[in-house]
Every structure is written in C-alpha cells, then in structure tokens.
Design a protein around this ligand. Structure first.
Ligand code: P1T
Length: 382
C-alpha cells in the first residue's frame, strides 16, 4: 500500500458490530468478562488497551512502516516512556538542539536519577562516536530540530548505533512527519511523535506516539506504558486518527506554503537568516534531499538584521493571520518566540551557545492561501 492509502486505511477495519466506517469512540474504562481473568477479545481495562486507541495505534504503525504503535497522553509522555527504561549510570547521547520540554525532562528529571546526558551536534559523527561507551543505552535525535531546523543523517547514525546491540536509536519525527521521512526504514529503532502537531493537525488535542518495528521492543514499551499509565483517551485517539486521514494532503500544502514563505523572507531586507531545509544554502540541504522525500515541511525560522529582540516582539504583535502561540503543525499558521516561549526552559547561556538568539522567530506555516500569509508577514515586517 502507498502512503496516501495507508494514511486512510492503514491498520483499519470497519467496526465489526455495525460496519461503522470510523471506529466508535469506545468511551469505557472496563470490559465485561464471562469468566474471571479471561477478557473478551483481549480487552480488560482501558489503561491496557481500548479499541479506539488500538485503531489509532494500528494506523500509527502503518504510516511509519512499523509493527507496533503506542499512543500517549502527550508527546512528552511518549518520550518519558522511552527514558523510563534506563537506570542510574546509563548514558544518553542527544542532539544539541531539542524541543525545550524534552531538554527540560532530560536535564531536570532524568539527570537527577543518575542518567548521564551528552548533547552533541550529530553532524559531527566523529565526536558522536567518541562519546559512545559501554554505558551508552540511548541516542535521541530530532530532525529537523526545533527551532533551528538542523538535520541529522538518520542512516549514518543508525549505521553506527547498529554496531552496538545495547544502544537504542530514537528519532523524534514530529517536524518531518512520516509523509516526508521514515526513520524506521532508515535504521532507527524507535520513532517518537508529538501527535499534538501534524498528526492531529488541527490544534485540538495533546497526544504522543511511539512506533517500533521490533516486536520485543514494542512489548517492553507497552509494558512501561501500561505500568505507568500515560495513555491516550478514546476521544483524543479518535481525533488523532481523523487527523492522520488527511496528513498527506495537509503536509503537501504545508510544504508548498513553507517553501514560498522561506523564499519571501530570504529576500526581505530586514531579515538576516532564514532556517528552512529546502533552501539550497541551508547547511543540511543535502541531507534533507536524501531523507525528506517529497518536501521540506512547513516550519520556517528566521532572525532580524538588527539582531534586536524588540524587533522580533514588535513583528509578532503585528501579525494578523498568523497567531502568536506555542505549538505547531495545525492547519492554521502560528508564530512563536522560542527564547521567550517554547525554549525558555533552556538556560540562556545554553540557548545562545546553540544559536537560539533573542531575535529568533519560528513560524508554523499553515495551509491558508499563501498570498494572505505573505501579505501578513509583509505588513508585520514593515
Ligand atoms: O507538547 P507535547 O505533545 O508533549 O510534545 C512535546 C514535543 C516533542 N517534540 C517536539 C519536536 C515538539 O515540538 C514538542 C512540543 N513542541 C511545542 C509545544 C512547541 O511549540 O514547540
């Protein structure tokens, strides 16, 4: 099955009792049993499994070319599920540019439990390899990264991690979506999503996902999820599943609009630098062409020639079609100030070191008419 068909039908069955084309929202916590300890059709309690969540999890597995999907109450809950498999003394090598909340979890929750984190630019493969030792258990990569749109070569990293059977390689695929990039096919062990973003697609749900190919790893992660409990409820599972059915259409338009907005900003006299993997002068454009098939996404980040924080704030306050808000990946265009909003939890010196400057603005380019979006940017930059 091709991707566009999988987005609609992958892992889906009509409801066996009524033929309903969409799975009902099984708003139930528990399931009647005929004999004690012998659940009907595998369902006993909705923390373990719920049919609406199962439908979503099967869709997730299908679109990422995995065998097992797991749906969580948030993207961070999905990340947390992976980290819970580690113990004191274990080491993690992570990309040096990550969503602020992921960085906060690593450095303020798991570091306190004795897990050691190394943050590195994964494009420096020699440096990355030099950090691997007998305690390394996990490699965590976002690509493209939030908010600097850095890329990491998934295949090259997987070639290295596969030489170490104790290391799991996880890719946060939130920005690219499986429409553009399939980390499991490129050798990653785990794909993670903030399904709040493009998978849900309508800014109406907080959700997370993990997808794997390996059955045993899927069982281990499901055990962690079941034993700790951050599962996605049936109503929210339904919303994400509905979102996935138009993922291919939406991401196509996000890519078209994102590319046009990036081109507009590149030529604007007040703009210093535009971070968009589709631009030929983007430092990781070649990797983007290799592993993001079909487009470069709808996320565009830029800075001001003046370098002034005030200029970025004035710009954000003048926007009319773009909404000043956290989050991304919905049909509507959003604008965000990473240093003051989504990445404020990263210490200032660390932010500066990796390039999240005070004049940096991140746009989630939606699927409105691109002429209106550009007109809005024009008036806000004027
Ligand atoms: O918000 P939540 O669903 O828990 O997902 C966390 C998360 C994980 N990974 C990436 C790449 C993300 O962008 C996020 C959430 N990001 C935002 C809310 C934001 O505005 O960047």
């Amino acid at each position: 099955m091709k991707f566009n068909t999988k987005a609609i039908h992958g892992g889906q069955h009509h409801d066996p009792s009524t033929g309903a084309v969409m799975p009902p929202v099984y708003q139930t916590s528990t399931y009647a049993q005929h004999n004690p300890g012998e659940p009907n059709n595998g369902y006993e309690y909705s923390r373990a499994a719920n049919p609406t969540r199962t439908a979503l999890e099967n869709a997730l597995a299908s679109i990422e070319n995995g065998t097992r999907g797991l749906a969580f109450s948030s993207g961070l809950a999905a990340t947390d599920c992976v980290l819970r498999g580690l113990k004191a003394g274990d080491e993690v090598i992570a990309m040096d540019d990550l969503y602020g909340g992921t960085y906060r979890m690593f450095t303020r929750i798991y570091k306190n439990s004795g897990i050691v984190f190394h943050f590195v630019d994964m494009n420096d493969l020699e440096k990355f390899q030099s950090l691997i030792n007998e305690n390394t258990r996990l490699v965590w990569v976002e690509t493209p990264t939030n908010p600097l749109m850095k890329l990491a070569d998934i295949e090259a990293i997987a070639t290295i991690t596969k030489k170490h059977p104790n290391i799991l390689f996880a890719v946060d695929n939130t920005f690219a979506t499986p429409y553009l990039q399939k980390p499991l096919d490129l050798g990653a062990d785990i794909v993670m999503h903030s399904a709040t973003k493009y998978l849900g697609g309508h800014s109406d749900v907080i959700a997370g996902a993990l997808i794997v190919k390996d059955e045993e790893l899927g069982n281990q992660l499901h055990f962690q999820q079941f034993a700790t409990g951050a599962t996605l409820g049936p109503q929210d599972s339904f919303l994400v599943l509905r979102g996935i059915k138009t993922l291919h259409l939406r991401v196509q338009r996000h890519c078209e609009n994102g590319a046009k907005v990036a081109d507009y900003l590149v030529n604007h006299p007040k703009v210093e630098r535009v971070y968009y993997p589709g631009l030929e002068n983007h430092p990781f454009h070649e990797i983007a062409k290799k592993q993001m098939i079909g487009g470069f996404g709808g996320m565009v980040t830029f800075t001001f020639k003046s370098g002034l924080k005030q200029d970025s704030i004035d710009f954000l306050k003048k926007l009319k079609v773009f909404t000043l808000a956290e989050s991304l990946g919905g049909v509507e265009s959003l604008a965000n100030h990473p240093a003051l909003m989504t990445h404020a939890s990263i210490p200032e010196d660390k932010r500066k070191e990796i390039g999240i400057t005070d004049d940096l603005v991140r746009l989630s380019v939606g699927v409105e008419d691109v002429d209106d979006l550009i007109e809005d940017l024009k008036q806000a930059l004027a």
